[in-house]
Design a protein around this ligand. Structure first.
Ligand SMILES: [Zn+2]
Length: 110
């Protein structure tokens, strides 16, 4: 058995959960510490103030995480963007989640 290969596999298997943990930790709820907050938080917006929030599903804590425009387009501070409908219901991401910048098809080629 090639132990180097096993080591590489073990490293790969441990890196991905570690990255997820780091993301979860940096997006955790500051009020209750819920690590799933970054992945499962609800989103809300107030068109009159232009504030867009992540709302913790566990404790209901709201944090301003973006700026929403009158037409419902929201730009998240952490990267990415999305849309709210006229009732303030979040309808989905328009660009990359977790700040990968969205768009960017890389490449281009010749
Ligand atoms: Zn919370």
């Amino acid at each position: 058995m090639d132990s180097d290969l096993l080591l590489v596999l073990a490293l790969l298997c441990s890196i991905f959960p570690a990255i997820l943990l780091i993301i979860a930790y940096s997006y955790r709820c500051r009020a209750c510490g819920s690590l799933s907050h970054g992945f499962k938080s609800d989103k809300a917006a107030d068109f009159s103030t232009g504030d867009a929030w992540f709302v913790c599903r566990k404790c209901g804590d709201r944090q301003v995480k973006g700026k929403v425009e009158a037409d419902g387009f929201v730009l998240w501070f952490g990267g990415g963007s999305g849309n709210f409908d006229e009732n303030g219901v979040y309808t989905g991401d328009a660009g990359g989640a977790f700040g990968d910048g969205g768009g960017g098809d890389g490449g281009g080629g010749e």
